[in-house]
Design a protein around this ligand. Structure first.
Ligand code: MSP
Length: 520
């Protein structure tokens, strides 16, 4: 059986789940559902990253301990993903005992083989990023992300001999064009590797920071941030058993935004090389969501919270917007206006109208009973069918490259064709002529087939809508799309699904139009 292992970053517990976290997590969920529908065994991992200065400081500011603080925010992430219907298989916390053990085991192994040494280091340290910067990486002497001049810190610490793996890393990226994708991120990484790769500082003195994992070979130091967090991708699998490590790990597809490209494209593969583990299959890197005014921040009051979006617009509508609006790999702008425009145009109008028109006619003309097809087809019938076959193929091609927006665009172009087919065939006029009743029945049969196709093809993107469509089509009471036998029968060829006597339900508004207040 084909397998895929999909991961999100482990989110820091110093902020609550927002638009950016939601995008990566929704993409992971969509991929998981998509591959499952193709018959893959798909495993999705998400979780929280809980050690480090930032968290300790946030806990202190909130008047609590790092432990209690991390518990609280980590729980909020988990509850948020549950309420958003995210189908993760495992939620990992870097404070989980099995993860800490794994990190220590990993450190000890590469320490024993001589890949970790003790040395003195002075460098520009950004507390926001929790990492040292080289002078070259700073812009006007400031951290490019936090726009703040980093502190110069000099202290004795442990280092991972990352530089030793530079050539092997370049080789691995060059020989595997899809290791890091889209291409421009791969190019960026390769360009950065033209400079000598420095060793990586992996510890902090416990005297300065206790909220980390103690080094197994020196209790005066803790490790945290990347040497801790990155290992989650394998510690979680090891926790699930040997088989997962063997079969799933080489199929790892990481999803991240460009902010954490270097740790995932440079630190992580060299750590894997040091441990003698295979590299991930793909590092999938997306761009940044920016809100009208720029970066989201609590102080600017422009944080987009997923559960608020769900409550106001519905989860599927929010998912649709995220997946349709951002070309994977590029930045995108979030605005409520754009969200509402998309919901009204694509969901309320195009999809919603199609569903309600078809079901209303079927109900009105035939009491919901699906009519038989004759052996002859008109050019319009054939075109409609061909368009859906094309859309299915296009969806596959685009999904292979994570072009979610294009996959949806293709599905919507089939959907548009179904709307056009109604205009071309005009069942509402034909029905006035009793001699044409059987043709009207056929036309509606073809349209119901379009809806069946849509419920199947849209399922990874809009899981609730897809289930609701199945209910409306009388295919399932509770829309159990995940049931694999139903999934297979849903793949029945066009015209071969609805049996004699099959009854569909009456129309329903799937996506109410959102009225934009006049002053907006
Ligand atoms: N804890 C580290 C990751 C460790 S992974 C082993 C971390 N955490 S984070 O909370 O800052 O999450 C960063 C990730 O959140 C991004 O890579 C991306 O997945 C998501 N996003 C956060 N803000 C975002 C946007 N504005 N736009 C898109 N995604 C962003 O880094």
């Amino acid at each position: 059986m084909d397998r895929i292992y999909i991961t999100t970053p482990l989110y820091y517990v110093n902020a609550e789940p927002h638009l950016g976290h939601t995008y990566t997590t929704v993409v992971a969920d969509t991929l998981k559902r998509y591959y499952q529908s193709l018959g893959f065994e798909a495993f999705m991992l998400t979780g929280t990253d809980e050690h480090g200065d930032k968290i300790a400081q946030a806990a202190h500011a909130a008047g609590t301990t790092p432990n209690a603080y991390a518990d609280q925010i980590s729980h909020r992430f988990r509850v948020t993903w549950d309420n958003c219907g995210i189908a993760y298989d495992h939620f990992i916390r870097t404070t989980d005992a099995y993860h800490k053990n794994y990190v220590q085991k990993f450190l000890q192994k590469i320490y024993d083989q001589g890949d970790i040494y003790f040395g003195e280091y002075g460098g520009f340290y950004c507390y926001g990023c929790e990492r040292f910067y080289t002078e070259k990486e700073l812009i006007d002497g400031k951290c490019p992300d936090h726009q703040k001049a980093p502190d110069f810190i000099s202290e004795k610490n442990y280092f991972f001999r990352m530089g030793k793996y530079q050539e092997r890393l370049i080789q691995a990226i060059q020989s595997n064009p899809a290791l890091i994708r889209p291409e421009h991120y791969r190019t960026e990484v390769l360009a950065s590797l033209r400079e000598p790769l420095e060793d990586l500082c992996i510890s902090r003195p416990a005297s300065r920071l206790q909220w980390g994992i103690p080094l197994p070979f020196d209790a005066n130091y803790v490790t945290y941030v990347w040497f801790d967090a990155l290992l989650n991708y394998v510690s979680a699998l090891e926790h699930r058993g040997r088989d997962s490590m063997l079969t799933l790990w080489p199929k790892a597809n990481h999803l991240i935004a460009k902010d954490i490209l270097k740790p995932h494209a440079v630190y992580w593969p060299t750590m894997l090389m040091a441990a003698g583990l295979p590299l991930y299959e793909h590092l999938n890197v997306h761009g940044y969501w920016v809100v009208d005014s720029g970066k989201m921040s609590k102080s600017l009051g422009n944080v987009i919270r997923p559960l608020e979006m769900k409550a106001r617009f519905g989860m599927d509508a929010f998912r649709y917007f995220l997946l349709r609006e951002m070309p994977f790999g590029q930045d995108a702008k979030f605005s409520e206006e754009a969200l509402v425009t998309r919901i009204n145009a694509d969901l309320a109008n195009n999809l919603g109208n199609l569903v309600s028109r078809v079901l209303a006619m079927e109900q009105k003309y035939f009491g919901g009973l699906v009519q038989p097809l004759s052996s002859t087809q008109t050019a319009e019938d054939r075109d409609l069918q061909a368009k859906f076959a094309w859309a299915e193929k296009a969806r596959e091609d685009y999904m292979r490259d994570l072009q979610f927006h294009r996959a949806l665009e293709a599905l919507w172009s089939a959907l548009d064709q179904a709307n056009r087919y109604i205009v071309q065939t005009a069942p509402f006029t034909l029905i006035k002529d009793p001699a044409k009743e059987s043709r009207v029945g056929e036309v509606l049969h073809h349209l119901l087939e379009s809806l069946r196709m849509l419920s199947r093809l849209l399922a990874p993107f809009l899981p609730d809508t897809s289930k609701e469509l199945l209910v409306l089509l009388g295919i399932s009471d509770e829309g159990a799309v995940r049931d694999s036998s139903l999934n297979r029968s849903l793949e029945a060829p066009w015209g071969r699904f609805f049996e004699h006597g099959h009854k569909v339900k009456g129309p329903k508004v799937l996506f109410p139009r959102i009225e934009i207040p006049a002053e907006a």
